[in-house]
Ligand binder design. Structure first.
Ligand SMILES: *Cc1c(COP(=O)(O)O)cnc(C)c1O
Length: 505
């Protein structure tokens, strides 16, 4: 038996943990550092706690099916399972599926047997158009792209969503339950969710997207599936309006229970977990654990990059994690100023990052504030009421210890797509280009991996404008533009939306 790693190797945490150790018997001195921490033993099922500290503690299965916690918070494991150096080294040469199993296994408790979980993972990634699932390709002497767009909807969201679809099906079939999945999307989550859940027996899926603000490919991927359990909803508003409606629906506990609401947005812990895997596969392919690897991550909701932070907490040697934003740069400004302040959303050519409410940032805040639910609740209340909060000096220092950031304008994004096409022959989507630009500007000595979050054909107008080349859809979806669309347009109004869902589920 070995103790799992603690969640804060620092003085402030030590003080806090010492105080808590008096009332919580699981807290004692960590074997890996001299501080007080949670020393849950390997083999115990991981329990999930809310960032606001007021919701019941759940199992993995419960947290997965619930999405948002009942106190408005987000679920997180109560401590980070650790992989020791030998375990990481042993991942070299394994299939994506095998790495996925080993990395995620400690988080799922007894939700699935090993055999069930392996079968779920196999089914999830069989839909990918590349045997490696998430291949790494070289674009410079020390620069690499991690291609995450070989799934059915051509964006990285498939990596998590295909897995979630299979996990939901396995869990609900076993219990004989039926759920209503509601998601809000800036484009890619929605199509990925619809692909993952279309035709399943135990699930109705409703996807809210901002009317007129998603690309045609994104829209068609959501509106053309013909299965009766798929419902695409065009909302008159921006993505943040859609996300706010979603949160309000989850916070309406009567409605939530009545329709058996389940969430698969990037707030769902199972999605973050699935994304942790490709940090391991790519880092090991490039020499980890013997050398440290850096990552640049095009970021909106902070989900994808938070998965990198989790990989680091688990023991993967990550040198730097760089947040790459477009002109909607709330996260970059937070690092520069210490103030997390909403401004209006300006539509961009990288629409999946047109976000000013970065939901998963709350998970990081929880760690930055020593896992004090009260502190997080206070900050989130300020954000809701005043549109901003200011980080304490201690929290900001820790944030800057873990992350760097950069911002790329619209013109720079186009110029970067042009540059990469000339320099490497790679035709990048605008989101990925934001990553490669910042990666090049901030690269150091460690190998730099930029996450290629979508296929260029998902954003053909921006790519054609920059390169003169109109990227073609892969053959498996070449008839997308001919398929019949089915969508309901609704105002950004909670009552109207709830009525629609009750009638059509
Ligand atoms: C969702 C998305 C992002 C942003 O990911 P987050 O997890 O929200 O930070 C970036 N690029 C593409 C193509 C996306 O679909």
């Amino acid at each position: 038996m070995r103790a799992l790693s603690c969640f804060g190797h620092n003085k402030a945490a030590e003080f806090d943990h010492q105080r808590r150790a008096r009332t919580d018997s699981r807290l004692s001195r960590c074997c890996a550092c001299r501080y007080w921490c949670c020393t849950r033993q390997t083999g115990d099922a991981v329990r999930y706690i809310s960032t606001r500290g007021q919701a019941p503690t759940l199992s993995f299965e419960e947290a997965m099916l619930t999405g948002l916690a009942r106190d408005g918070g987000l679920y997180l494991p109560e401590s980070w399972p650790e992989m020791v150096t030998d375990e990481i080294a042993a991942l070299a040469g394994q299939s994506y599926e095998e790495v996925a199993f080993r990395v995620m296994r400690p988080f799922i408790g007894d939700t699935f047997t090993d055999e069930e979980f392996r079968a779920i993972i196999d089914r999830a990634y069989a839909s990918f158009g590349h045997d490696v699932r998430c291949p790494v390709i070289q674009t410079g002497p020390n620069d690499w792209l991690l291609e995450l767009h070989h799934g059915p909807t051509l964006a990285f969201k498939d990596v998590a969503m295909q897995l979630i679809g299979q996990m939901f099906e396995a869990s609900l079939t076993r219990s004989g339950k039926r759920v209503t999945i509601v998601g809000a999307t800036s484009g890619d989550t929605g199509s990925a969710a619809i692909e993952a859940f279309r035709g399943l027996e135990a699930v109705d899926v409703f996807i809210l997207y901002p009317h007129g603000r998603v690309s045609e490919v994104q829209r068609r991927q959501m509106t053309t599936p013909s299965e009766s359990n798929v419902h695409a909803l065009a909302i008159d508003g921006d993505f943040d309006d859609c996300q706010a409606l979603l949160k309000d629906m989850f916070n309406d506990l009567d409605f939530r229970d009545r329709v058996h609401l389940a969430g698969v947005n990037s707030i769902n812990w199972a999605r973050v977990l699935a994304q942790v895997v490709y940090y391991f596969t790519s880092a090991v392919a490039l020499g980890a654990p013997d050398r440290s690897i850096s990552f640049t991550v095009p970021t909106g909701n902070f989900g994808d990059i938070f998965a990198g932070y989790v990989a680091k907490r688990m023991g993967l040697p990550i040198e730097r994690l760089i947040i790459a934003t477009n002109q909607n740069d709330i996260l970059h400004r937070t690092l520069v100023t210490g103030r997390h302040e909403k401004e209006g959303v300006t539509p961009s050519i990288s629409p999946s990052m047109d976000i000013q409410v970065s939901s998963n940032f709350e998970r990081l805040l929880f760690d930055l504030y020593d896992r004090e639910g009260e502190a997080v609740t206070q900050l989130m209340t300020e954000l809701k009421e005043d549109g901003r909060f200011t980080l304490s000096q201690g929290a900001l220092d820790r944030l800057l210890e873990e992350f760097d950031s950069g911002r790329v304008s619209e013109d720079e994004t186009s110029a970067e797509i042009t540059h990469m096409a000339k320099a490497t022959g790679q035709i990048l989507c605008p989101h990925t280009a934001i990553g490669t630009k910042i990666a090049r500007e901030q690269s150091g000595t460690a190998p730099m991996v930029t996450l290629a979050t979508a296929h260029a054909a998902k954003f053909p107008d921006a790519v054609e404008a920059a390169t003169g080349i109109r990227p073609a859809l892969p053959a498996r979806m070449a008839d997308l533009y001919e398929r019949i669309e089915r969508v309901t347009r609704l105002p950004a109004d909670l009552a109207a939306l709830q009525a629609h869902i009750e009638q059509h589920r």
